[in-house]
Write a protein that binds this ligand. Structure first.
Ligand SMILES: Cc1cc2nc3c(=O)[nH]c(=O)nc-3n(C[C@H](O)[C@H](O)[C@H](O)COP(=O)(O)OP(=O)(O)OC[C@H]3O[C@@H](n4cnc5c(N)ncnc54)[C@H](O)[C@@H]3O)c2cc1C
Length: 394
């Protein structure tokens, strides 16, 4: 039985505990038959559909469009990602992208955009994506080169390349960030909702990664988009991207936490059953030390993730420092926890088809996307330096 004692922490209300327990039961039963890691497109389509039918995607849109809360309830998003990730990485991915790919509309979109896009995403009948990164603009978002230039009174035309776009190739629509030139650098970007069948948008290449999921490079060539599809005001693109990531960054930490918890559970089970030198592996003190380190890292990660989520849910306008700490710590710690689990499994741990081997591949990208660990360190340090100067206390 997995450790659910963290649900008793004061960060949560009864509705969160119920949500986590019900989702866990649903996911264990429903997710495994839907997933075929050799067919990630089909798996993600099935997962989105069933997550929608099950009502779980109600966590990613506001109440007025079918959701369960007036805005984002970040604790629910984190619990969902942690729970789904512990069952299967693709289930977490399918859930998370529906939220990330519509987050800009939820936070800044017009009523018309909300009505058109949020309900179908919540029902699991349309697939969403978030297109920020480019070949020369990953960590350095301000270097975005895709342009949106006026094309008649009511349209812009998009030209450029986006890469590493999750759900690229299967998404029904993309939030695309492009340069509109109101000011240099980050202050000259705007966000647009672009339908996947818009003329001038093509999937240039599908990208295969160590833990496969739908991922692509997109090319925009004279892609005409109505101005009504702009999200927020001209020049607000960077602000929209950062505000969306502010909500979703701690949820990446939560996904890492789900992977780490599953690795710990697998390692515990193996330590009880595998016999070594005439006794269970778990009776060796070095195994116990590894298990103790893993469990402590898991709890510390959970505290940071749910501290960030709780702070946002209490109405903090931004949780830049808390979310960066949660994302950085939980992803780095999960990598270490999973590595220890693989070690405990011995040769079996690097064998394809064994869960810890899958987790070992799944965790890696989380230390890179939505701001690499190095970027989070810079964000945390900048937030610390912003604080009012004070004398060190003696
Ligand atoms: C599986 C996967 C899914 C993704 N999904 C999406 C998506 O849906 N939408 C989207 O827009 N993007 C997505 N991305 C892109 C992702 O956000 C970028 O990969 C990430 O921002 C890093 O950019 P980059 O790959 O260009 O690396 P670079 O910007 O070239 O950075 C390389 C490395 O440099 C280091 N680094 C960065 N800044 C500093 C610094 N200041 N000091 C020291 N070192 C530093 C980091 O270790 C970083 O990993 C995805 C990426 C992956 C791997």
């Amino acid at each position: 039985m997995p450790d659910e004692s963290f649900l008793d922490w004061p960060f949560f209300e009864e509705r969160h505990r119920r949500f986590a327990r019900e989702l866990r039961a649903w996911a264990r039963e429903t997710v495994p038959p839907l997933v075929d890691h050799d067919d990630v497109d089909g798996s993600c389509r099935r997962l989105v559909e069933r997550l929608g039918e099950g009502g779980w995607l109600r966590a990613v849109v506001p109440e007025a469009y079918g959701g369960i809360a007036p805005g984002f309830d970040v604790r629910t998003l984190c619990l969902a990602r942690e729970t789904l990730a512990a069952v299967d990485g693709l289930a977490d991915f399918a859930f998370a992208m529906q939220g990330l790919g519509t987050g800009p509309i939820t936070l800044f979109g017009s009523e018309e955009l909300k009505r058109r896009y949020l309900s179908p995403v919540c029902e699991g009948v349309r697939i969403a994506a978030f297109a920020l990164s480019e070949p020369e603009a990953g960590s350095d978002v301000a270097a975005i080169a895709t342009t949106a230039t006026p094309d008649g009174p009511d349209h812009v035309r998009l030209d450029g390349v986006k890469t590493w776009i999750s759900n690229g190739g299967i998404a029904d629509h993309y939030v695309v960030f492009a340069r509109t030139g109101e000011a240099p650098g980050a202050r000259g970007l705007s966000a647009f909702m672009v339908d996947a069948d818009a003329p001038g948008l093509t999937i240039e290449q599908r990208i295969d990664v160590i833990a496969p999921h739908p991922l692509a490079t997109l090319r925009f060539e004279g892609c005409r988009v109505p101005l009504a599809q702009r999200i927020g005001a001209p020049g607000e693109g960077f602000k929209i991207a950062m505000a969306t990531l502010d909500v979703f960054r701690s949820t990446v930490g939560a996904a890492a936490l789900g992977f780490a918890r599953r690795a710990l559970d697998e390692a515990l089970a193996r330590s009880r059953t595998r016999k070594l030198f005439g006794a269970p592996l778990g009776e060796l003190q070095l195994t116990q030390a590894a298990l103790a380190d893993m469990a402590t890292a898991v709890d510390a990660s959970a505290l940071l993730v749910y501290r960030a989520a709780w702070t946002k849910d209490q109405g903090a306008p931004r949780i830049t420092r808390e979310a960066a700490m949660a994302k950085m710590y939980a992803t780095e710690m999960a990598q270490g926890v999973i590595d220890k689990a693989v070690q405990i499994f011995g040769g079996f741990g690097v064998t394809r088809g064994v869960k810890v081997e899958e987790l070992y591949r799944e965790i890696r990208a989380l230390r890179i996307y939505e701001g690499a660990t190095e970027v989070q360190k810079i964000v945390i340090a900048r937030e610390l330096m912003k604080g009012s100067p004070h004398q060190p206390s003696l």
